[in-house]
Write a protein that binds this ligand. Structure first.
Ligand code: G6Q
Length: 508
């Protein structure tokens, strides 16, 4: 197979880049809209011709065929020999999703029904005041981000997330809770993850140490969102309290599965369904819209454009919504774990950059922190600004200021300020020509949040296809886990290990 950088379409794009005027001279007007999500990508160093050339590259890389393979349940996660079908989780009941000829929709709807019944019951009875989701990585970041994003729709019970193996996380959380009014969701696909199982055992101990709760109460207070039945039973959670997690759902793509139970409990099943519907709307758009009109494809190609043709190595995610403050962290995992790879799908070394560093913070907080570097630093960092048209907190004055700030930043990044405009003070010069996308949601509703999540999921997929990598495995997280296990089993092995561990080993 011809290497990506040897493709004529790639070589053509490299030459084309040299012919482009600076961004601030471009006067672009590129927009796309789909069911209340709007993308303005005018502030990019591209022309119509650049877009045509990027689309031609995507076609040469068989993007459309790969998209079909993904949706049709082929085992596109080749290193783990798995299908990747999180899109089925949000599809209508009569959708056509199957694996090896077996329709998977009935089992998805059975699980959804269980999630509905359980969350409706707990919410309507009102006896449970607190829910603690214990999970990490994909079993934490997605549901945590959504519960924060939609907390303006939340009522009781309160939702807490415990992920870190640092005992402070669970201890600080439990400090304020009563065992009789608390439910624990042990969220772990494998049900062997060290951090999650350590926290789950601590929670169990805390529960049983209370004067009012015994082993017999466990079924009313502990639920497993998991794929591994044996480990769930061994932990002491009965089978009927296990909500399944299928092996064709990757951790970082799992918030629409049983891992979303905390979301149902926080904002109600109907809102969770609307989140699924929004993601489904974006799935349909991604699968059917032409490449030029396709939001995830355009975002993916712009990412390739900067990473590979402009040598950028980071990408900022800047949501102008306080409730989206976990969104950059969520995308960080989705993108960096998926596309932080350096071999091709068939195991050959890669000679071009792949996934960038993803980072971000909600606006306007980030403006008073790291935007200095975005504006005047020596690296160009393409940014995505996410704006919400309608205030979700009712405070119009705040909202007007919030939006004005977001818009102003995109203008400042692009237009900059010349030396003359800066009264000949070099430290006041803004070079400008710094690209950004502006994504606008009509409102911060479950539906539009669902669209936004799926938009980025598919963007990541598009980039993985062009880079010819498997975006669905994560072997890069294994080595550290193995070495930590070794230290725990065999004791300290270097002077630094001994220095760091001496006190804790004495105390144990
Ligand atoms: C995500 C990864 C990873 C995973 C966690 C938790 O795609 O696979 O972040 O979600 O390691 O794994 P468990 O759910 O198995 O505990």
């Amino acid at each position: 197979m011809i290497s990506l950088t040897q493709r004529p379409e790639w070589i053509d794009l490299k030459a084309h880049k040299e012919t482009l005027p600076p961004l601030k001279e471009m006067n672009n007007n590129f927009t796309l809209e789909h069911q209340g999500i709007y993308l303005d990508y005018s502030k990019n160093t591209i022309t119509k011709e650049t877009l045509d050339k990027l689309v031609t590259l995507a076609k040469a890389c068989d993007l459309e065929a790969w998209r079909e393979k993904l949706f049709s349940g082929e085992r596109v996660n080749n290193t783990e020999n798995r299908s990747v079908l999180h899109m089925a989780l949000r599809a209508p009941k009569d959708a056509d999703f199957s694996i090896d000829g077996k329709n998977i929709m009935p089992s998805i709807y059975k699980t959804l029904q269980r999630m509905k019944t359980l969350s409706d019951t707990i919410r309507s009875e009102g006896k449970i005041k607190d829910i603690v989701n214990i999970g990490i990585g994909g079993s934490d970041l997605g549901p945590h981000m959504v519960c924060e994003a939609l907390k303006h729709l939340a009522d009781t019970p309160r939702i807490h997330f415990v992920s870190n193996v640092d005992g402070a996380h669970i201890n600080e959380t439990l400090k304020h809770l009563q065992p009789e009014t608390t439910i624990f969701l042990i969220a772990s696909k494998t049900f062997v993850t060290q951090e999650t199982m350590t926290n789950a055992h601590t929670a169990r101990e805390w529960f049983l140490n209370s004067s009012s709760c015994t082993e017999e109460d466990i079924p009313k207070h502990f639920f497993a969102l998991a794929a591994n039945k044996d480990s769930v039973m061994e932990f002491g959670i009965p089978e009927e309290n296990m909500i399944p997690f299928n092996d064709w759902v990757g951790g970082r793509y799992s918030l629409h599965s049983s891992i979303g139970l905390s979301i149902c409990l926080s904002i109600g099943f109907e809102n969770f369904r609307a989140l699924l519907d929004g993601a489904y709307a974006m799935d349909k758009h991604f699968r059917t819209a032409s490449l030029h009109q396709n939001m995830p494809i355009i975002l993916g190609l712009l990412g390739i454009w900067y990473r590979n043709f402009w040598d950028t190595n980071a990408h900022a995610i800047l949501p102008y919504a306080q409730n989206l403050h976990r969104f950059p962290a969520f995308l960080q995992q989705m993108d960096m774990e998926s596309n932080g790879k350096s071999v091709t799908r068939d195991g050959n070394p890669i000679d071009y950059p792949t996934g960038p560093i993803i980072f971000g913070e909600s606006g306007t907080n980030g403006q008073h922190a790291f935007y200095q570097l975005l504006h005047q630093g020596t690296s160009i960092i393409p940014s995505d600004f996410i704006l919400i048209k309608k205030s979700y907190n009712g405070n119009k004055d705040h909202h007007k200021k919030l939006l004005a700030n977001g818009l102003a930043q995109t203008d400042a990044l692009m237009n900059g300020k010349t030396l003359a405009e800066a009264d000949n003070a070099p430290h006041r010069v803004f070079e400008g020509n710094r690209p950004s996308n502006t994504i606008v949601l009509d409102e911060l509703s479950p539906f539009h949040l669902g669209q936004l999540i799926a938009l980025y999921e598919h963007k990541v997929f598009v980039q993985g296809i062009l880079w010819n990598i498997n975006s669905f495995d994560q072997y890069g997280v294994q080595l550290g886990k193995e070495l930590a296990h070794n230290i725990l089993e065999k004791g300290p092995q270097t002077p630094l290990h001994r220095y760091v561990l001496e006190d804790v080993l004495k105390e144990l």
